[in-house]
Design a binder for this molecule. Structure first.
Ligand code: ZN
Length: 253
C-alpha cells in the first residue's frame, strides 16, 4: 500500500479498522447509543475481499443487513431497505455504510490487487473493471439488462450514462468508481425517501473502500452524518473523525 500514491486520488484516508472504530466511538459519545442499539447495514461489493477485519467492538452492532451486490450498488432494493428498517430496536439507530471498492496493493496501480494465495495482481473491483472494458470497446448497448447478468448489466448502464466523463479521464477506473459511488449514494437516498423509518436516528456513512490484499483495506470517507427522525435535524459527524493517523495505523503497510 503506497499511501503517497493513494493520496493523489483519495482524501480522508484511514485503514478501515480505524475508521470503523472511530465511527463506532462517535456514535456512542455524540449520540449516546450502545452498539446493540444500532442496526448496521452495508451496501458494499459482494467480493470476498470485502470480508474486512473490524475491531471486536464494532461487531457488537446488530447486523449487518447486506444491501449491496456487485460493486456495492444496493441491489436489495426497496424491499430490502424496508425489511432492514423494520428490524431496528425501539428507539434505536439505523447505520448504513455504502460505497464501491477499488484495489491497490503495494506495487500495483489503482484497480489491481494481490489476493491471498496468489502471486499476481487481479482486477478489483472486477465487475467495475469488466464494465469499463466493455465501455472502452463500445460494447454496452443502451437499455440492455439481462436476467442472467442483471447486476453487471446495471453497472454497465451506469457507466454508459457517464461515458464521456469516464473515457476522458486520465485514470478511467478511478473515474468509473467515482461514478458508481455517486450512483450508489443517489439510489440509497431514493430508497430511503420511499421508506418509513421507525428509528430515532438514521446515520449514513459513505466512501470508497480501497482493498490492499487479504482482509486489509483503507477507506476514504466522504460522508458521515445523522438525521434525527422526529425533528429532521441533521448533524455532520465527519468533523469528529481524525484522519491524520493514517501513517500510524495498525494495519498500514
Ligand atoms: Zn467488486
Amino acid at each position: 500500500m503506497n499511501i503517497e500514491y493513494l493520496s493523489q486520488y483519495y482524501k480522508n484516508l484511514l485503514n478501515t479498522y480505524d475508521s470503523s472504530k472511530q465511527m463506532m466511538e462517535i456514535m456512542e459519545s455524540h449520540l449516546g447509543f450502545k452498539p446493540n442499539q444500532i442496526l448496521h447495514a452495508n451496501s458494499i461489493c459482494s467480493d470476498d475481499i470485502n470480508e474486512i477485519e473490524f475491531p471486536k467492538h464494532v461487531y457488537k452492532m446488530l447486523g449487518p443487513f447486506r444491501m449491496g451486490g456487485l460493486d456495492g450498488f444496493p441491489f436489495a432494493g426497496l424491499t430490502g431497505i424496508k425489511a432492514y428498517s423494520s428490524h431496528v430496536p425501539e428507539e434505536g439507530a439505523l447505520f448504513i455504510y455504502f460505497g464501491p471498492h477499488i484495489g491497490h496493493s503495494d506495487g500495483s496501480e489503482l484497480g489491481m490487487v494481490k489476493r491471498t494465495g496468489q502471486n499476481f495482481y487481479s482486477s478489483c473491483c472486477g465487475a467495475a473493471t469488466l464494465a469499463l472494458a466493455k465501455l472502452q470497446k463500445g460494447q454496452i448497448k443502451e437499455g440492455e439488462i439481462t436476467e442472467l447478468d442483471y447486476q453487471q448489466n446495471v453497472l454497465e448502464q451506469i457507466l454508459l450514462k457517464n461515458a464521456d466523463r469516464i473515457l476522458s479521464s486520465t485514470c478511467q477506473i478511478y473515474e468509473a468508481t467515482e461514478v458508481i459511488y455517486e450512483a450508489i449514494k443517489e439510489r440509497i437516498l431514493l430508497l430511503l425517501g420511499q421508506t418509513t423509518l421507525n428509528c430515532r436516528y438514521l446515520i449514513l456513512a459513505g466512501g470508497v473502500v480501497i482493498n490492499s490484499g487479504g482482509t486489509n483495506s483503507f477507506s476514504s470517507t466522504r460522508i458521515f452524518h445523522c438525521i434525527e427522525q422526529q425533528s429532521g435535524a441533521q448533524k455532520d459527524l465527519l468533523p469528529f473523525m481524525k484522519f491524520e493517523s493514517v501513517s500510524n495505523s495498525k494495519l498500514s503497510f
